[in-house]
Design a protein around this ligand. Structure first.
Ligand SMILES: CC(C)(COP(=O)(O)OP(=O)(O)OC[C@H]1O[C@@H](n2cnc3c(N)ncnc32)[C@H](O)[C@@H]1OP(=O)(O)O)[C@@H](O)C(=O)NCCC(=O)NCCS
Length: 182
């Protein structure tokens, strides 16, 4: 995973109807540990991280980087949305030089089913479209991950290809949908 690149960072916190997208703070530490060590969250993304190890390695102020947004609902973190550069050696690309901006998302299970991921990801995509105009965004998710597949469709991602990786079928899509692929 590579950082997003030449964007002014951090932007001012992004406010949506119900949420705020902002940088991680020390007060998010427990929620971040919960997120990465939750078996439910890890089901389609390689499994949960071992809790002890993850907790020990986690700094007091969670690491910040361009493209990493904490999603805040009424002052508490409920998930994260990320925009990073897709590794060139992985399958799935829409640009000959690879390194596309790639959307990722993880929310705490108690926040699922409320439309928060859709709301937050749409705001992050909107931010990227302003920061790097014309930049295509890609997304890769297991086809078995129904919630993630529905989210990708709602956000306006369209399928480029499917392939096997990590022993599972992956769906690879691009946004906006009129981006030339191949
Ligand atoms: C993928 C993930 C973010 C999807 O979360 P989600 O809450 O289902 O996604 P959304 O924000 O789109 O919410 C949609 C649901 O909210 C419901 N909803 C309720 N109120 C809503 C509102 N005001 N607006 C929109 N949707 C609303 C929708 O009906 C929909 O329910 P349904 O799925 O039962 O049809 C979540 O399952 C997750 O974090 N998974 C673990 C991490 C992961 O696998 N990430 C994928 C990496 S590729």
């Amino acid at each position: 995973m590579t950082e997003l690149g030449p964007v002014a960072w951090p932007p001012a916190p992004i406010r949506t109807e119900r949420l705020v997208l902002r940088e991680p703070e020390a007060r998010d530490r427990a929620a971040i540990i919960e997120l990465f060590t939750s078996p439910e969250v890890g089901t389609y993304i390689g499994g949960p991280r071992p809790r002890d190890e993850f907790e020990r390695a986690m700094p007091e102020v969670p690491t910040r980087r361009p493209g990493l947004f904490v999603v805040d609902l009424d002052g508490a973190m409920i998930g994260i949305v990320t925009l990073d550069r897709r590794d060139a050696e992985r399958p799935g690309h829409v640009r000959p030089d690879a390194g596309e901006a790639e959307l990722g998302y993880m929310f705490l299970p108690e926040a699922w089913g409320c439309g928060y991921a859709t709301e937050a990801c749409a705001a992050a995509l909107d931010w990227l479209a302003g920061a790097l105009p014309g930049e295509p965004v890609v997304l890769c998710t297991q086809t078995a991950n129904d919630r993630s597949m529905r989210l990708a469709a709602k956000l306006g991602f369209t399928e480029v290809e499917r392939f096997e990786e990590y022993g599972a079928e992956q769906w690879f899509g691009v946004w906006p949908s009129d981006t030339p692929s191949g």
